[in-house]
Design a protein around this ligand. Structure first.
Ligand SMILES: Nc1nc2c(ncn2[C@@H]2O[C@H](COP(=O)(O)OP(=O)(O)OP(=O)(O)O)[C@@H](O)[C@H]2O)c(=O)[nH]1
Length: 293
């Protein structure tokens, strides 16, 4: 439903209806210059310009996604309402079609309602990002264990965090970008760095506040999910792979689950890391095998 409401198709309909309304209004009787309230024209024109400038700012500042679509749709509705109010100033009311009075009232409230939904989701998104940044910032200050390129935790940091969390059930996800050396060769090392940074930021935004992501090595990331089930981590791994695909590359994923209460032998950080590395090698081999035959 949300997708339908915010689809490009709907945006096209709003633009089209704006054009149709303009044509309709062209047939109505215009007011004499002396009877036009120029103060109203100025204020309504200013509101329209403000709506359009907010739209331009949103388009510039926000990444593509559900929240941005809601904000755009809301601002388009609001701007359309302002535009119709402005046109209204230039035409004699009784010469306008009867349905115009009804239609005129709709875009602004619908637009403002959608905008409010968008702002609410933006707020939720920002709270998650702030929480992640605060955790990262605190850890950075304490240990200076941050990767130079992506500015997320490095391998030493995740080892430290796994050790801290290993008395409770935890899951680890490893993501390894496929054919990253080719991406480097094709686009250059700097673009490769940029892609690693984008992936790191995207992963940070996708996780729960208690999860941690690190750049483990080259094109390999590890995510620590404390207190979660194996099913949850499996679903999360698939979700993260899909999100990485949106950035134009593919990642292999491996995941392990460790519950100290049910395991026969307790595992330390090294054995957990070695376990997930082996899982990843198995996944990579399974991927390479069909290509080899
Ligand atoms: N841009 C950039 N590249 C890096 C960095 N660190 C490592 N790399 C590159 O990452 C690539 C990793 O190569 P491989 O381990 O062979 O992985 P791959 O090419 O993705 O191959 P598969 O994993 O088998 O799909 C190498 O080409 C490294 O040069 C870095 O900090 N920035």
């Amino acid at each position: 439903m949300l997708k339908f409401v915010t689809s490009k198709f709907t945006l096209a309909i709003i633009l089209l209806s704006s054009i149709i309304l303009s044509l309709c209004l062209l047939q109505a009787e215009t007011k004499l210059s002396a009877s036009i309230d120029w103060f109203d024209v100025a204020t309504e024109g200013a509101l329209l310009l403000l709506g359009l400038s907010w739209l331009a700012l949103i388009l510039q500042a926000r990444p593509a996604g559900k929240v941005t679509q809601l904000l755009i749709f809301g601002l388009l509705g609001y701007s359309l309402g302002c535009y119709m109010d402005l046109l209204d100033e230039f035409f004699i009311n009784h010469s306008l079609p009867a349905w115009f009075a009804l239609i005129e009232k709709l875009p602004t409230p619908i637009g403002l309602l959608t905008l409010t939904c968008g702002l609410w989701l933006w707020r939720e998104e920002q709270i998650t990002i702030n929480e992640q940044l605060r955790t990262r910032e605190q850890f950075f200050r304490q240990h200076k264990l941050v990767d130079r390129v992506t500015k997320i935790y490095d391998a030493r940091a995740i080892r430290h965090q796994i050790a801290l969390n290993s008395s409770k059930p935890l899951s680890l996800i490893m993501l390894d970008i496929d054919n990253f050396s080719e991406i480097n060769q094709r686009n250059g090392f700097n673009r490769g760095d940029r892609l690693l940074t984008d992936i790191a930021q995207m992963l940070t935004c996708q996780l729960r506040s208690q999860d941690l992501v690190c750049r483990f090595a080259g094109d390999r990331f590890i995510i620590l999910l404390p207190n979660c089930s194996a099913t949850f981590s499996q679903a999360m791994a698939a979700e993260l792979q899909r999100a990485i695909a949106h950035l134009g590359c593919h990642a292999s994923s491996a995941h392990i689950h460790y519950d100290p209460q049910t395991e026969k032998q307790s595992q330390d950080v090294d054995s957990l890391i070695s376990h997930i590395n082996k899982e990843m090698e198995r996944v990579k081999q399974a991927r390479a095998w069909p290509q080899a035959i």
